[in-house]
Ligand binder design. Sequence first.
Ligand code: ADP
Length: 532
Amino acid sequence: MLGAMQDFELRVPRVIEHAEREYGSREIISRWADGSETVTDWAGIARDSRKLAQALERRGIRKGDRVATLAMNHSRHLVAWHGTIGMGGIVHTINPRLFEDQLAYIGNHAEDRVLIYDRMFQPIVDKLKPQWKTIEHYIVFDGDGPDSFEAVIGAEDGNYTWVEGDEREPCMLCYTSGTTGNPKGVLYTHRSSMIHAMAELQPAVFDLSTQSVVLPVVPMFHAVGWGLPFAAPMAGVKLVMSAVNDGKTLCDLMNRERVTHTAGVPTVWFAMFQHMDATGEAPQHLKVVTIGGSAAPRAMIERIMKMGARVNHAWGMTETSPIGTMGAPTHDWDELSFEQKVEKTVFQGRAPFGVELRTVDEDGTILPRDGISSGRLQIRGPWIIKQYFQDANGPCLTADGWFDTGDVAVLHPDGIMQITDRAKDVIKSGGEWISSVELENAAVGCPGVAEAAAIGIYHPKWDERPLLLVVRKPGSDVTAMQVQQHLATQVAKWWLPDEIRFVESLPHTATGKLLKTALREQYRDFRFAAAG
Ligand code: ADP
């Protein structure tokens, strides 16, 4: 057939070129760990990325080699991504909050050849250097001397042409924090990253344009920084990046730079609310607040919506690049009451074009989207994992090509997805499932409760019953009775915990989520008094 369209490989360096050409002077502000600030722009990021690409090649790094970063969010970290990917390398973001043996494992498993890190992580590097077998070059983002990032790129002229290749070549590697066993690597391709980033720009997802001022609180080492380091230059946004994430720093930056979009896990907002309560200050210009990584509690959603921002409740995982669903306003949004809007936002939203969702029961039978049937959530699409990095077990998919997320969900008739729990965290009581997540979120809505965790405890009659562990807010003397009474207004009676215990703190994973495996282990032999 005659006639055709032009073609180019969907490779990441095209994005930084686009940002340089179209939005070259749009700023990127970095607030560093020592409190200092620097300003660059997309043209500056592109220029420095070319220099880094040259510097890496000078050190013998070649296409397909892994360049690791151990760093918070700042412009040089962005340069490390775009420079490495631009010379055909694979960026491996390391989560500094992992346990030491995990850090040692993933550096070796990834066969990293270079590590670029923040000075604040020097103690980790000193400790692990003898264990990391493949790392030949150490570069310090905010260091002085010959191994500093400035010196390394300062020696280059930036006269460089990006390495070309197939769009299905890999460009990023990120390990899941793994609550059991060794972390597993997820290897993203240029193509998957580009399609995912394009999907993120949509109004129904991040809603990004060059008018946006974005402060991604989510660290770049957490699930590809939720794709923002690629989506931001695509849209030509102004970026505000902070290496420290306390409430005051973030609130001040948001107000001074008139931040319109931010994204982070719920914990970020607990800290922000504390700052707001203590000072009476609040971010003034936010339009879209994306919350994901774990369920956003209702009270949090209400408060942010009252501040005048849209809450984008996102669900995803490292294996899904990470955006799986996003809670954009529905078609009838303007007709809904505040209560109804909150009601919808408590759920995790809809799949954007590009991903498909289904729920299945224990036998793999596909369940109806009826808003009631709860089953294992499965997902497929061009930015969803097929096989873990260097995993000899082969593809991690069902026989018909879907990835089982390990989450339990309900799909509603209007397409909205509701995560009810992680499959391994649900509390199985008398053949029915109690959602630990819903119990926890109901509990944190109780005044005086800072954080809560619900786990299933063996029960001779019901198989399992809920134990609720509660951390009080500083200065609060909330009682178990008060928490029970609050819960009774929120959940079914048979969901109410058999016992509530107060604890000083709860264990968390490296990405700030409750570490349920540790709690289950700790309370393995616990028995409810009444159950004998
Ligand atoms: P991990 O924390 O296991 O390293 P991820 O950061 O990829 O890995 O976490 C993915 C998991 O986080 C999901 O499978 C889901 O259980 C949970 N999650 C993410 N977003 C949400 C949300 N909005 N509501 C409830 N759970 C969520």
